[in-house]
Design a protein around this ligand. Structure first.
Ligand code: MLT
Length: 264
C-alpha cells in the first residue's frame, strides 16, 4: 500500500491487530526483508513495515537522507495510520533510524528493539568508505556494490552453504535504485553518536545480534547494551548481520517474547 508522508509516497504494509510494532529495514534492503517476521508475528500483534525513502517502491527524492529525516517519515506514517505509540524494531540502518525517532519523538516509542546495529557514529575511515561506495553505486549501479556488501552482511556459513539466503538478500538489494542507495549512505555517514542517548533510554529494550555479525560484533554490541538501563541482550546463534534473514525462527522467538511483555 502507498501513502503520502512528508510530501513523498511511501510504500508500507500493515498486518495483524494488537500492539503496533514497526519494523525498519537495513541497508541496502527494503521491507521485503521482514517477510518471515510479518508472517510469524501478525497473528499476535500489528506488524507495520515500510520501504524507507529511496528504497523498494517508495519515492526516491534527492538526498542525503539524514537519519532524522527518515525517522520523521516513520513518525508521519504512524500519524497517518492512527498509531500514537509503537514498539520500534530497527535492524542496522533501521536501528539508526529507530534511535533517531526515539531522540526526536520519545513519546511515540513504547519499546525499542535494536538488532545488529551500532551506537557509535562512523569513524573517519568508515565515512570515507561510505562516501566512496555512494559514488560507486551512482556511477556503476547497485550491482557494483552488492556482492562485496553481502560478504559483510551475511555469515561465512551462509555464504558457503546457503545459496537460498544469499540469493534472497541479493534479490532484495537489487530491487533498489542507485540514487536512493547513495543518498542513504550519505545520510548514514553524517549520523550522530547515540551512545550517551541510549544510556538514558527508559523504555524496555531488546538488543539482538547475530553471533557471526562482522559489522556490529557481539562484543561491540554488548559494550553499549550494558549501559542501557532497561535492556536485555539476545545473541542469535549462527547468524551474521542480517540475523532476521539467516535465523528467522530464533529472531522471531526473541521478538515475540519481548512483545508479549507489553499490554495488548
Ligand atoms: C545495514 O545493514 O543497514 C548497514 O550495514 C548499515 C551500515 O552500513 O552502517
Amino acid at each position: 500500500m502507498k501513502t503520502s508522508v512528508n510530501g513523498i509516497s511511501i510504500n508500507y504494509r500493515d498486518e495483524g491487530r494488537g500492539i503496533p510494532v514497526i519494523l525498519i529495514h537495513a541497508f541496502p534492503m527494503n521491507q521485503a526483508m521482514w517477510d518471515d517476521q510479518v508472517l510469524a508475528l501478525a497473528p499476535m500483534c500489528r506488524m507495520i513495515t515500510l520501504d524507507l525513502r529511496g528504497f523498494g517502491a517508495s519515492d526516491i527524492p534527492l538526498g542525503p537522507y539524514w537519519m532524522a529525516l527518515m525517522a520523521s517519515d516513520v513518525r508521519s506514517l504512524m500519524a497517518r495510520l492512527g498509531v500514537e505509540q509503537a514498539v520500534l524494531v530497527g535492524l542496522s540502518m533501521g536501528g539508526y533510524v529507530a534511535m533517531s525517532l526515539f531522540r526526536n519523538f520519545p513519546d511515540s516509542v513504547s519499546g525499542l528493539v535494536l538488532a545488529d546495529t551500532r551506537a557509535a557514529a562512523d569513524t573517519q575511515d568508515g565515512r570515507e568508505r561510505r562516501l566512496a561506495s555512494a559514488e560507486k553505486a551512482e556511477h556503476h549501479g547497485v550491482e557494483s556494490i552488492v556482492d562485496e556488501m553481502l560478504q559483510l552482511l551475511l555469515s561465512q556459513t551462509a555464504i558457503d552453504t546457503r545459496p537460498d539466503v544469499v540469493n534472497r538478500a541479493r534479490q532484495i538489494a537489487l530491487q533498489n535504485r542507485p540514487e536512493g542507495v547513495a543518498a542513504a549512505q550519505r545520510g548514514m555517514a553524517a549520523r550522530p553518536d547515540s551512545t550517551e542517548m541510549l544510556a538514558i533510554v527508559d523504555r524496555p529494550a531488546l538488543v539482538l545480534v547475530g553471533s557471526e555479525d562482522r559489522l556490529s560484533t557481539p562484543e561491540e554490541t554488548r559494550g553499549w547494551q550494558e549501559r542501557m538501563p532497561n535492556s536485555q541482550l539476545a545473541i542469535i546463534q549462527g547468524a551474521g548481520h542480517l540475523s532476521n534473514i539467516e535465523q528467522p525462527e530464533a529472531f522471531n522467538s526473541a521478538l515475540a517474547d519481548f512483545i508479549k511483555t507489553f499490554p495488548n
